[in-house]
Write a protein that binds this ligand. Sequence first.
Ligand code: C5P
Length: 406
Amino acid sequence: MTSQPLANLRILLGVSGGIAAYKAAELTRRLRDAGADVQVVLTANATRFVGPLTFQALSGHPVRAGLWDEAAEAAMGHIELARWAQRILIAPASADVIARLAHGIADDLLTTLCLASAAPLAVAPAMNLRMWAHAATQANVAMLRSRDVAVLGPAGGPMAEPESGPGRLLEPHQIVAGLAALHGPKPLTGLRVLVSAGPTCEDIDPVRFIGNRSSGRMGFAIARAAAEQGAAVHLVAGPVHLPTPAGVVREDVRNARQMRDAVMQQIPQCDIFVAAAAVGDYRPAEVAAHKLKKTGKALVLELTENPDIVAEVAARKKKPFVAGFAAETERVEARARSKLERKGLDLIAANRVGNGTGFDAEDNELTLLWSGGKEQLQRADKLALAHRLLERIAALRAKPAKAHRQ
Ligand code: C5P
């Protein structure tokens, strides 16, 4: 990525109320460092947390804080400002602003500008975690997404209140990276990417199953990043509670055999397959028709091996670029490299799991390995890692010596 990924982009930064408003000052500076020209609009609530002068100094432009500011209107009318903007970013976006945007309400300067401008909109939500989780907010966010509004975050983790969970504003550098991804080159345009994600559940009886701790977040981040980079993306997901990334076709499955069938159906039409699912290696030899009862004795379950989906794809004559994951608890790199060779993959992303890293975490750390090469990706959020992984895949595919379907 260039050092100025937002060079010459005219960004209207809307700041709404909330304790996270102070972070918008740092964000303004970072947007300018990234090359953007930034004009700031504060909502009435935002002015209770931060002052216009801070933003004026940081943006180098007068700051607007209301529709009825005659001097500001005389300098640049709000319709002119709406036309000036090539991108509108609202950070932090409160639950209230999100609700007003979703319903097309224009009762202050910021929401009026959003309706009056043709510029694409991105919002970085920040609110109390219960407000974020509320069905009303989730429905409003889904409505915005369906209109191609980019939703950056929120992050999980500690908040101003003594609670923890999603709702926190992304860090300014993450918001800039998110915007850069929206504006950046789209190296996967015209390509079809297939991603498997999440765990599989192998039923024992009608109420019990063998599963694993995969959250699906890494695979969903890859699907989202691939769509952001211009690919047509098909996501085969095991049972997870995650929203479908914008522009991605999602197919839900439960067990390894269903996942195999769904993947195999897509393989002839795909250019890149990223197997991020944590597929159960074994399943019960038989699924009991009724709930198993206690017998007072030990229970022995017979397990049968599941198909190895990624190995089956990699063994095909006509195959896409095949990338797999290796989640290991020890000797990570050595194990991953032998898996790369044994399964015949083009690339493997190795990570250490256990003790709170990998599966359930927001962040991850990956080592990418391929025949004769290696790249260490430093700890970062999963979306940022997904972009780096796809950039590496695009670079490896571009190598002329490779015999992949082009
Ligand atoms: O052998 P292991 O399960 O560690 O390999 C992990 C890689 O293989 C992942 O990319 C995973 O999606 C894939 N895999 C698969 N089918 C299986 C087991 C693993 O596609 N049955």
